[in-house]
Ligand binder design. Structure first.
Ligand SMILES: [Zn+2]
Length: 453
């Protein structure tokens, strides 16, 4: 997929074509009515028509007297100029543009949609890749037939080559570690408790200067469990952050959006209590399932956005939790040899799926992105974290915070597809765009399942 794009190209081409100056009309910004659906569709159509070079369809989105303001202050007016603009742009560039709407308002015959965009551009003549990002404001007017038509559209943005960052990443990949299912992930082996697990993980992170690492909380686990409560205090007191993972780890594939949203809401008091003044408005979908229908996916995304959450997407995942139960059984049997095999197979699998995740990014985005690795706060993770950190360092990874990593434009992209089994962000693009995966070794789950039985 070439999802990353190029408004830069579009903006640049628009600017080159346009002439004259214009000032923006005033537009209302103080209404925020929940009218997102129709405008989400219109945004999607706009980007798709540009991508597919459907010039007539693109021009038909505008009223006959529409004005288009490019980032340089130039203006294109009316159908004829717009058609010329879209013809030039689509001939010059391949565009893949994604909108992230921040606010939509509707009042009577007028509406507006404002937010940011990311665009991956390919200059057709040379094949050169560029990237553009910035903000947009679209003002719609309802036509006589009831259709919403764009009457004004204003853009800001910058174009960048992107090549420098990408080259840097290949040599020095970046990763933010994240831990799910706090304060109680998986079963406990003999002699362990939740607080010991949290303390061990936090101490190892701290020793590597990784304060601010995010753990995603299911507050149901705090109910009537002083050990779990203490564990979460220990995590936060050590300088780690928390985010939401829903109240009870609810599945969005198995439940309606409303039930899922309710679980986001009732998880908040615990986040506010334990997280105190920290930024706990980060959300990790349980199972990485973001909705098996488009309606659910869009509804929950809109809900999260309205409540101020950012989605803590994942780019690297090797299902690290799957070793924990076997570890507990082997500890119970004091089977040192089996535990040694568990450790080695955990590291082998991590290595294989880090490689796979990075290769998927090349296919899905055309380049590697800064990474977010999904881990779980299990007892086995306390045993493996030092080795895993060493493995990442040996591969040249630099550690970074979640907010730093997710500033990368790729994380603003929404595959916007119904996916029952979700997955990492690269997985979601691979699956929704039907891209071919690189080959990879399966995880040794069959052996793990029966180990030390
Ligand atoms: Zn989880």
């Amino acid at each position: 997929m070439r999802r990353l794009v190029l408004l830069a190209g579009v903006i640049g081409a628009f600017g080159a074509l346009a002439s004259g100056q214009s000032s923006h009309d005033a537009y209302p910004a103080d209404h925020n009515v929940a009218v997102g659906d129709i405008f989400a569709t219109l945004r999607g159509d706009w980007a798709r028509n540009l991508h597919d070079k459907k010039i007539d369809a693109s021009v038909a989105e505008y009223s006959t007297d529409a004005e288009f303001f490019d980032p340089g202050g130039n203006t294109v007016r009316g159908t004829t100029e717009l058609r010329q603009l879209f013809a030039t742009i689509t001939a010059t560039y391949d565009s893949d543009l994604t909108f992230t709407s921040l606010q939509v308002g509707e009042f009577g015959e007028l509406a507006y949609d404002a937010g940011s965009y990311q665009e991956a551009l390919v200059l057709r003549a040379t094949g050169k890749h560029q990237h553009s990002s910035g903000t947009y404001l679209t003002v719609y007017k309802r036509g006589s037939d009831g259709r919403w038509l764009i009457s004004e559209q204003s853009w800001t943005g910058v174009v960048s080559d992107g090549a420098e960052t990408i080259a840097q990443l290949a040599a020095h990949p970046v990763v933010a570690l994240t831990f799910d299912d706090l304060p109680a992930a998986g079963s406990l082996p003999p002699g362990q408790n939740r607080n010991k697990v949290a303390a061990a993980l936090a101490a190892e992170l701290k020793a590597n200067h990784l304060e601010g690492t995010y753990g995603f909380v299911n507050a149901v686990k705090l109910e009537s469990d002083p050990d779990a409560q203490q564990a979460l205090h220990t995590w936060v007191d050590a300088g780690m952050n928390i985010g939401s993972h829903t109240w009870s780890h609810i599945s969005l594939s198995a439940n309606p959006a409303e039930a899922f949203e309710h679980e986001i809401a009732i998880n908040e008091p615990a986040l506010a209590e334990y997280g105190e003044t920290r930024d706990w408005h980060w959300f990790r979908y349980p199972f990485l399932w973001e909705g098996d229908t488009l309606d659910k996916r869009r509804a929950v995304r809109a809900y999260l956005r309205d409540r101020g959450y950012r989605i803590a997407q994942v780019s690297l995942d090797f299902e690290d939790y799957a070793w924990n139960d076997a570890y507990g059984r082997c500890m119970g049997k004091e089977d040192a040899q089996a535990i040694e095999w568990l450790k080695q197979s955990y590291l082998d699998t991590a290595t294989e799926y880090i490689r796979l995740g990075r290769e998927e990014q090349q296919i899905a985005f055309g380049h590697e992105i800064p990474n977010v690795m999904l881990l779980h706060a299990t007892a086995f993770t306390t045993l493996m974290l030092p080795d895993l950190l060493e493995l990442l360092q040996k591969q040249g990874f630099r550690f970074a915070g979640l907010d730093e990593v997710e500033q990368d434009p790729a994380y603003a992209l929404d595959p916007d597809a119904a996916l029952k089994y979700g997955g990492t962000l690269p997985d979601q693009f691979m699956d929704s765009r039907k891209l071919k995966y690189p080959t990879f070794k399966p995880k040794p789950f069959e052996r793990i399942k029966h180990l030390c039985e």
